[in-house]
Design a protein around this ligand. Sequence first.
Ligand SMILES: [Zn+2]
Length: 218
Amino acid sequence: MQNRKALVIFSGGQDSTTCLLQAIADYGRENVETISFQYGQRHAIELEKAKWIAEDLGVKQTVIDTSVIKQTTNNALIDDSQEITATKETDYPNTFVDGRNMLFLLLAGCYAKQQDICDIIIGVCETDFSGYPDCRDIFIKSMNVSMNLAMDYNFNLITPLMYLTKAQTWEMADKLGYLDYVRKYTHTCYYGVDGGCGKCPSCILRDNGLTDYLSHSN
Ligand SMILES: [Zn+2]
């Protein structure tokens, strides 16, 4: 993949950081850049971590303001007054934001084309708990076709984590030599607790995956 470039959709969480590390290994640091989206997330800590990691790893980060999404959604990931739940009453946790990944991919595509980048990497995964419709492989493939038609360009949407469990995502970081780095520096907690609250769906998924991986890796 000499001289081929990649754009990583980057939130500073475990998944996108692991994707970024893999991309650096595959494409070379100088051929990788990141794009992050600011949309009124509950806590600024998420973006601060993303900024710190991008700088630390020596890759360019472009931050795009997508706070317009607040005008069309009422959601726990954005609205501080709502409690986060992952109940069985609804199909998805109330952290789901309609159209979010579609918007992110579209904007990432607009940016990537300007930079002559075809490969766009996103850390979505359909294996784990969430069941978000815009994390499914069929959506990504459909979006890939739509973006290529809309912009007359050969985008290649890449989803390295699509069929991995959280334990396997930890394994991926470990094989890249970054297990401790991802543990220490990435942010995943829905409540914005530095180091994780240990109680929200995101922390539980992350912690269980790590426990699972560590129990099998020795
Ligand atoms: Zn948490």
